[in-house]
Design a protein around this ligand. Structure first.
Ligand code: SF4
Length: 91
């Protein structure tokens, strides 16, 4: 079961190719301190990993593994992008 709401599939179909379809969603929302390894293994073989990660970043998803990345890893990406944007606009 993909942890993306079904209504999203109306306009977007990347979810249809998700490697986690049919996989226990609990795996993607591990308890604090629990292993994220299994979820990341599923994501590693996923062809829509980029779309999934960008979706999570765009929607500010705070919980769970998306695109093979944990909350903390996504925060780092957001920070890096913000820094890059700031550097670019500073000219
Ligand atoms: S990247 Fe991971 S969480 Fe995202 S759709 Fe693929 S398998 Fe699911």
């Amino acid at each position: 079961m993909l942890h993306v709401s079904a209504d999203e599939t109306v306009e977007s179909t990347w979810q249809d190719y998700a490697n986690c379809l049919g996989v226990d969603p609990d795996l993607f929302f591990p308890e604090r301190g629990a292993s994220t390894r299994e979820a990341k293994e599923v994501c590693r073989g996923c062809v829509v990993r980029e779309d999934c990660l960008e979706y999570a970043l765009a929607n500010g998803e705070k919980f769970g593994i998306w695109g093979g990345m944990s909350e903390r890893e996504r925060r780092r990406i957001r920070r890096q992008r913000a820094l890059a944007r700031a550097a670019a606009s500073a000219g």
